[in-house]
Write a protein that binds this ligand. Structure first.
Ligand code: URP
Ligand code: ZN
Ligand code: ZN
Length: 476
């Protein structure tokens, strides 16, 4: 009997640090050898002329997340992770969201029920803390962090989710004490509410006014405030879905001061602009997400941030709502004012191909940075490394083999999510993952999904930073 289950031969293996041509051997779902001329495996893949990359870690996506009444996400764990796998992603970190007034642990239990038996690839959970009660801060959150839920998102906007500055400080203090990572949705809620009412009063309610209600200044102010609150508490913070130059300047300023401030951006801020919200009729609703896409100059700023290291993480922020659906974008009707349109756009399958084509083959970022942004850094920042996010002996055999010569056109009909549109319809790309391997099992090969619902496992996360018990400094 061969000692290897699978050998991938002659590929150009890329990590966040190195590129080398070698073979990779897999046994029992893990990488067990790397080198030249490895002995035969029971299964063999010839990757000559192709790139062998760590499978992507999508550290910001929303799957089967309970929404308000009458609104439903289009993707559950089965369709969402199937789509992710077909786009070269092997780990997702979606959100177990607390309802205001409800238990955080109950949200985690509910979310496990939604994922269990359905996920086609491995998954971890971030928490969403919408109610920073004493019970949550003193008991539930520390216990959940200990159990492997070591990152959480907090919101500075959305009435049903937002925390005020005092609540943010108290939550950051728990992150510091317990060694967790805090992700912040940084937009100023009061500015948005005031602008929305002002726009509505003059009849400006079409989807395109969503962008006017959430201008860059609103994001910039909240980004600066989130950074300041984190500096006060002395704990790291990661600003999610950064849309353009003004917020980037705040993050770069903080990084220049030596603060542990991380930045994440997403494909919509590279490939869409506010003009995509200004389509005929209600079509602009397809691109309503927050923060909104900006303009070409901001797109260029986001590309710069990927190139020069301001951003560490590139995620999809896949938030799937069907367009032609009374539980999706049209939940409040097909003429609803913009503030009633569910926020978010799909992109879990197109995240990596878009960045590979325009970033790597377009000459903007090198392939090791691509790996860092899309796999290694998110795995490190959220406590999954080195099991996930790299190619190394001992790591899970989560691998995407990319053919840089394939040319293809994005067609929603050929994607594997359950959304009835993609904002990137018709875009011509170069390069594509031709094989995706999840813990040693081929889940995507030559245009066919080969995985099964339920083969993905929950992966608890390590603490991303050392816990710093109360009293060590300033009494936090
Ligand atoms: O518009 C967006 N980004 N919707 C998803 C939820 C979030 O805030 O990430
Ligand atoms: Zn958000
Ligand atoms: Zn999101």
């Amino acid at each position: 009997m061969n000692s290897f289950d699978l050998v991938i031969r002659n590929g150009t293996v890329v990590t966040a640090a190195d590129t080398s041509i070698c073979d990779i051997a897999v046994r029992d779902g893990r990488i067990v050898a790397m080198g030249e001329g490895l002995e035969a495996g029971r299964e063999e893949i010839d990757a000559s002329g192709q790139f062998v990359l760590p499978g992507g870690v999508d550290a910001h996506c929303h799957l089967d997340q309970p929404m308000g009444p009458g609104v439903q996400m289009a993707d559950d764990f089965e369709s969402g992770t199937r789509s992710a796998a077909c786009g070269g992603t092997t780990t997702v970190i979606p959100f177990a969201a607390q309802e205001k007034g409800a238990s955080l642990k109950a949200a985690v239990e509910d979310y496990h029920r939604r994922a269990n038996g359905k996920s086609c690839i491995d998954y971890a959970f971030h928490l969403i803390i919408s109610d920073a009660s004493q019970d949550v801060l003193v008991r539930e959150l520390p216990e959940l962090i200990e159990a492997g839920y070591t990152s959480f998102k907090i919101y500075m906007t959305y009435d049903d989710l937002k925390l005020d500055d005092r609540q943010i400080l108290e939550t950051l203090a728990v992150a510091r004490r317990e060694g967790a990572m805090t992700m912040v949705h940084a937009e100023n809620a009061d500015c948005i509410a005031w602008l929305t009412e002002t726009l509505e009063a003059i009849g400006h309610t079409a989807p395109r006014y969503h962008a006017d209600a959430r201008p860059s200044i609103v994001e910039r102010e909240a980004t600066h405030r989130a950074i300041s609150l984190a500096e006060l508490v002395d704990t790291p913070v990661l600003i999610v879905h950064v849309s353009g130059r003004e917020a980037i300047e705040q993050i770069r300023w903080a990084q220049g001061r030596g603060l542990r401030v991380y930045g994440e951006t997403c494909p919509q801020y590279l490939f869409l602009t506010a003009e995509d919200l200004d389509k005929d009729g209600f079509e602009g609703a397809k691109c309503v997400c927050s923060p909104p896409p900006r303009d070409k100059a901001n797109q260029a700023g986001v590309w710069d941030g990927l190139e020069n290291g301001v951003f560490q993480v590139f995620s999809s922020d896949h938030a799937p709502f069907r367009y032609d659906d009374d539980k999706g974008k049209k939940a409040a009707g097909d003429t609803a004012p913009f503030q009633y349109i569910p926020n978010g756009i799909p992109g879990i399958e197109t995240r990596l191909p878009l960045l590979f084509s325009e970033g790597v083959l377009g000459g903007r970022i090198d392939i090791t940075r691509f790996v860092a942004l899309t796999a290694t850094n998110p795995a490190r920042i959220y406590g999954l490394y080195p099991r996930k996010g790299t190619i190394a002996i001992g790591a899970d055999a989560d691998i995407a083999i990319w053919d840089p010569k394939v040319e293809w056109t994005i067609r929603n009909a050929e994607l594997h999510h359950n959304v009835d549109y993609t904002p990137y319809e018709g875009m011509q790309l170069r390069g594509r993952p031709v094989t995706t391997i999840s813990r040693g099992q081929v889940v995507w090969r030559n245009g066919q999904f080969k995985g099964t619902a339920g083969q993905g496992r929950f992966v608890p996360c390590e603490r991303p930073q050392p816990a710093r018990p109360r009293g060590e400094s300033r009494g936090f």
